[in-house]
Design a protein around this ligand. Structure first.
Ligand code: GLC
Ligand code: CA
Length: 552
């Protein structure tokens, strides 16, 4: 059933709330996405992944689902969804949904039932335990929730605690209950029958919990005891029956286990997102370049070396991380060349490439005041530090958020230079980055030297050399270089040499002699570059180039 089309694909992640608002209520929506389908076609992506658009009370912007078979009111209706799906399919663009099934919303019908009584038929859909201590009011274990506080919430009605690895409005499902597993398979089939092409599986590595929760270590929620059994079963009942792309968000995964769970033929995951590169170094301190490039490319190179039997996903940005550009380039004249250099370094790696909305414009982090933060993680942090650590705590928290807040990626998409960046005619649900007059799609579509045009060209080149990009081996060039990310992809006699400086100063790159011998064609560059590589390449600040080299 699986053609593994995804090996050639570039996937574009849409955060619906911040993409485009078609009805002027300040919130992005499905008709808005449909209106921009041609924009994505112009860019040249093969698929889109929509962050959740299901019915949700929005405690975590849709990652808390109250009905898996319906659309969030603010985003539109199921009819809007169907129209949007058709619009993408008719343009040859596939559509992936976000599958959030480690937890539901506490407003999901299952949880409303579950919390009613200890013998409710839905009780066992979630993870309930007696408390500890003399009055049984202490949580069963010391696990922490991702958004602050204990991972257990006491529920007065039945006098037990339920587990929530994220907010207390996101109770964890009990995957050990076979009814839960069947419900999940049914939900997947519902969407696959509609024609969606796969899923990005939210925190999927956490679904199988250790048996004895009173004594378990929180680390052990990652690929827990029955994880493989449950994923294989889900594949048999649903995911593996269609020509899907299944990508797992794999927080906490290590390399050996990643190879294991993405192995072709195992029917677990087609690929996964690890976080090693996005977690290394700081993000942006006062707009200074702050990521150690040697570490960054070292990590990426290690993940490029997956065994032949596994497949990888490559990405720099998503909705949970600040923008990638400020890690390498300060605001100012180098923003454009640096964005292009990053683009080339991403798109020619081996693996399915994922772009996040606005990355193709070179969007940057935003300057927020305390009241601008919208994300539950940011808001909880500000609330908790004020409560427990006073003004100094609040100061430290704000400094932390300036670098790491998820809000940075979630500011509205910058479409043009009219009010609110053309995202909405109403009042945007969150702050629009003030730099939209300079950075926006309308301007970039018209400008042959824009970041957008570079992405478009790079995607076209990638498609033209897809055999090499898909199947070529990867090796770093001048691995010790702290300023330049360079690598070569090799397939038989054919090679792609990709050289990307991320330095604000002129830099050099040592190219192995054999790469300078063959017949070279310059495919892509962001500044004047020689027609063929040389053994000592001199590079202007943030210069990049891609050469195709064929042995003579
Ligand atoms: C994933 C999502 C994130 C969400 C969390 C809980 O990490 O990417 O946005 O908050 O899961 O669902
Ligand atoms: Ca709207």
């Amino acid at each position: 059933m699986k053609t593994r089309w995804y090996k050639d694909a570039v996937v574009y992640q849409i955060y619906p709330r911040s993409f485009f608002d078609a009805n002027g209520d300040g919130i992005g929506d499905l008709p808005g996405i449909l209106e921009k389908a041609d924009y994505l076609k112009t860019l040249g992506v093969d698929a889109v992944w929509l962050s959740p658009c299901y019915k949700s009370p929005n405690d975590d912007n849709g990652y808390d689902i109250s009905d898996y078979r319906d659309i969030m009111d603010e985003f539109g209706t199921m009819a809007d969804f169907d129209k949007m799906l058709d619009a993408f399919h008719s343009r040859g663009i596939r559509v992936l949904m976000d599958l959030v099934v480690n937890h539901t919303s506490d407003e999901h019908a299952w949880f409303k039932e579950s919390r009613k009584s200890r013998d409710n038929p839905y009780r066992d859909y979630y993870i309930w335990r007696d408390g500890t201590g003399p009055d049984k009011k202490r949580p069963p274990n010391g696990w922490r929730a991702c958004f602050g506080g204990s991972a257990w919430e006491y529920d007065e009605t039945t006098g037990q605690f339920y587990l929530h690895l994220f907010s207390k409005k996101q109770p964890d499902l009990n995957w050990d209950n076979q009814k839960v597993r069947q419900e999940v398979a049914d939900i997947c089939n519902f969407w696959l029958q509609k024609g969606v092409d796969g899923f990005r599986c939210d925190v999927i590595t956490y679904i199988s919990k250790p048996a004895d929760l009173y004594h378990a270590n929180q680390r052990d929620v990652v690929v827990g005891p029955n994880w493989k059994t449950y994923m294989r079963e889900l594949s048999e009942r649903s995911l593996g029956r269609y020509d899907t792309l299944i990508v797992g968000e794999a927080a906490g995964i290590d390399f050996p286990r990643a190879c294991e769970i993405t192995k072709e033929g195992e029917d677990l995951l087609d690929m996964l997102f690890h976080f090693e590169h996005v977690e290394v170094g700081t993000v942006c301190a006062k707009n200074q370049k702050s990521t150690d490039l040697r570490k960054w490319k070292g990590i990426l190179a290690r993940w490029q070396a997956l065994p032949e039997t596994s497949w990888g996903a490559v990405y720099y940005e998503n909705h949970d991380r600040p923008r990638s550009l400020p890690r390498f380039a300060p605001a100012g004249p180098l923003r454009v060349p640096a964005a292009k250099s990053l683009a080339a370094s991403l798109l020619f790696q081996k693996g399915t490439a994922f772009l996040y909305q606005g990355e193709e414009l070179g969007m940057t982090n935003c300057v927020f005041r305390r009241a601008d933060y919208r994300d539950i993680q940011s808001r909880n942090l500000l609330r908790d530090v004020r409560r427990y650590a006073g003004p100094l705590g609040a100061y430290i928290a704000e400094r932390h958020l300036r670098r790491y807040a998820r809000d940075h990626a979630r500011t509205p998409m910058q479409w043009d230079d009219t009010a609110n960046a053309g995202f909405t005619t109403g009042t945007p649900w969150m702050k629009v980055n003030e730099n939209y007059r300079e950075i926006n799609a309308r301007q970039e579509l018209d400008d042959p030297d824009s970041v957008f045009r570079f992405y478009k060209d790079a995607l076209a080149v990638r498609r033209r050399y897809i055999d090499l990009v898909r199947d070529g081996t990867f090796s770093l060039v001048d691995a010790a270089n702290r300023e330049v990310f360079a690598f070569v992809r090799t397939l038989g006699e054919k090679r792609l040499l990709v050289v990307c400086s991320l330095s604000p100063k002129p830099a050099g790159c040592a190219v192995p002699a054999d790469l300078c011998k063959g017949k070279a064609t310059l495919l892509l560059q962001n500044t004047e570059m020689p027609a063929a590589p040389r053994e000592t390449l001199r590079l202007a600040p943030c210069a990049c180039a891609v050469w195709y080299i064929e042995a003579e």
